[in-house]
Design a protein around this ligand. Sequence first.
Ligand code: NAP
Length: 245
Amino acid sequence: MEKKVALITGATRGIGKQIAIKLAKGGYNIALNYRTENEDLNLTKAQIEDLNVKCLAVKGDVSNFEDCENVVKTIIEDFGQIDVLVNNAGITKDMLLMRMKKEDFEQVINVNLVGTFNMTKNVINYMLKARSGRIINISSVVGISGNAGQTNYAASKAGIIGFTKSLAKEVASRNVLVNAVAPGFIQTNMTDVLKDELKEEIAKNIPLNRMGTAEDVANVVKFLASEDSSYITGQVINVDGGMLM
Ligand code: NAP
């Protein structure tokens, strides 16, 4: 049987990388979207290829619609299909609203929310035609709870939830399932920049008493991509050690 194809955005490190590896271990051919060409990219690509699946790395900034068009075109030319899209690429630019620059608000919305639209818009027709597909959007618990210093980020992640539920209703009749995963406090470059005292403070409020790993998130994405979740759409699944209940 032909291997299924999964496209993961921003997959050179952190959560995206672990999702790509997890799906590769599950036998998917991987289309790995990246923005910056660096050692992380080469390493991730090599690790995926070691798992005996194909890995196509395609450069593109998700906040740029034409880039997304080209990314999808390149993958279709090479693999002929996209069965799973994981909108993972994301950034933070934290600051209290009082001091937040307009550009920092816009940039976070453009990468996290508009980027999710850009990639999905370019992939969706292939899934509708195939009458099959999975779209998994990486949101965040702060998109549900809000967080001081993250008006831009929380708005983008809340927007992703609204986008997910609306699209799920639009495409369910064609067997395209759309869900969101809302990670809590996960150990990656994104959280490495936080001060140790702040990390300790956050960790204290996690019932499972530890930060999450990128693999904790990847496990749920793998489930949502699989046949085991074929009756689940329009949902947001928190992966947060019980942080938000
Ligand atoms: P990360 O380690 O900072 O990785 C982010 C990835 O996204 C990098 O590969 C980055 O590539 C890529 N990226 C950023 N902007 C891009 C763009 N415009 N186009 C394409 N790729 C782009 O972050 P992470 O922690 O793994 O986060 C992954 C996702 O999980 C994000 O959506 C984040 O908001 C979400 N999340 C994370 C946490 C957490 O605690 N870590 C919690 C909740 C949600 P470059 O190398 O080019 O920058």
